[in-house]
Design a binder for this molecule. Structure first.
Ligand code: SAM
Length: 278
């Protein structure tokens, strides 16, 4: 789409180097520009602003998603110089700061899948809640659920509080700012029917607190990145990875879902793991 948009603006050899996909979060567009086109970034951003009717601002991604907060450096290119926007999904509204918090529109199917599994009166601990995406979709989908939403990034936690209000579920979302391990040890042990671990890069380090959060039995949604040649192999690898992560616990892997491809032959998977404590 971007290549076509730039067809009449850049010479053919330059237009062919543009990455065709870009992220749009609310009215903010984030593009990746190859180094070879660095001198053309302004022209590219202006073309996006002129052609994408819902875009009010364009930024380029100046670093990979990184650090504990999983955020990326952005460079302002065109339109309104602001990083806060509102994004809508499954009848939910999310205020997002694309510079200070993690957010991906590409996880919406997975948010809906997990929300659809929640049973009446469940207590859920979302260990890495960000701006409250999974928490809000769950609380809106099941009106009897309660979601403890932990995040160590205070900017994300502040937006989680706002998003709970915006979606009229603040009485059933409890945002807590802090390290998930500490928060669970100090406040949430033995309380959850379901635990979400949406931090695929590091989820394996948090297995013990995740299990600690559960009642006598419950389900953990364990996110991970696996290397594989195709989706079938990624599922098999996801099963091996989750099995080894929960080796010290009485567990059963109910389902492995491929969430998305995050790089060449790297897949994000989620394992739904049932745990029975002894
Ligand atoms: C990949 S993001 C996912 C956010 C959200 N679940 C979503 O999908 O939009 C992971 C989140 O975990 C948070 N985080 C990282 N380490 C943490 C820790 N030790 N305790 C609590 N939150 C943490 C980050 O700040 C970030 O918001």
């Amino acid at each position: 789409m971007l290549k076509e948009m730039l067809g009449g603006i850049l010479p053919a050899d330059e237009a062919s180097q543009v990455y065709s996909a870009f992220d749009q979060i609310g009215d903010i567009v984030i593009i990746k520009i190859p180094d070879s086109l660095a001198s053309r970034k302004q022209v590219i951003a202006d073309a996006i602003l002129a052609n994408v009717k819902t875009a009010k601002a364009v930024f380029s991604q100046a670093s990979a998603v990184r650090g504990d907060y999983r955020i990326r450096d952005l460079e302002f290119l065109a339109g309104e110089n602001r990083t806060i926007t509102e994004y809508k999904e499954h009848g939910c509204r999310f205020k997002v700061d694309v510079a200070k918090t993690y957010f991906s529109p590409r996880l919406s199917t997975e948010r809906q899948r997990i929300a659809s599994l929640v049973q009446d009166n469940e207590v859920i601990v979302n260990m890495f809640a960000g701006v409250g995406t999974y928490s809000v979709v769950i609380a809106k989908t099941n009106k009897t659920s309660t979601v403890y939403s932990i995040d160590s990034n205070s900017a994300a936690n502040d937006l989680c509080i706002e998003n709970a209000k915006l979606n009229k579920v603040s009485e059933r979302i409890i945002p807590i700012c802090g390290d998930a391990s500490e928060v669970i040890k100090n406040q949430l042990a033995g309380l959850a029917d379901r635990v979400l671990m949406p931090l695929p890069e590091r989820a394996k380090e948090f297995i013990e607190p995740a299990v600690l959060a559960l009642k006598q039995k419950g389900v953990i949604h364990y996110f991970a990145h696996v290397k594989a040649d195709n989706k079938k192999a990624a599922k098999a690898q996801g099963n091996i990875d989750a099995d080894s992560a929960f080796v010290n616990y009485n567990h059963k892997i109910d389902e492995i879902t491929i969430v998305r491809e995050v790089g060449p032959r790297i897949y994000q998977i989620v394992a739904d793991v049932s745990i029975q404590k002894n």
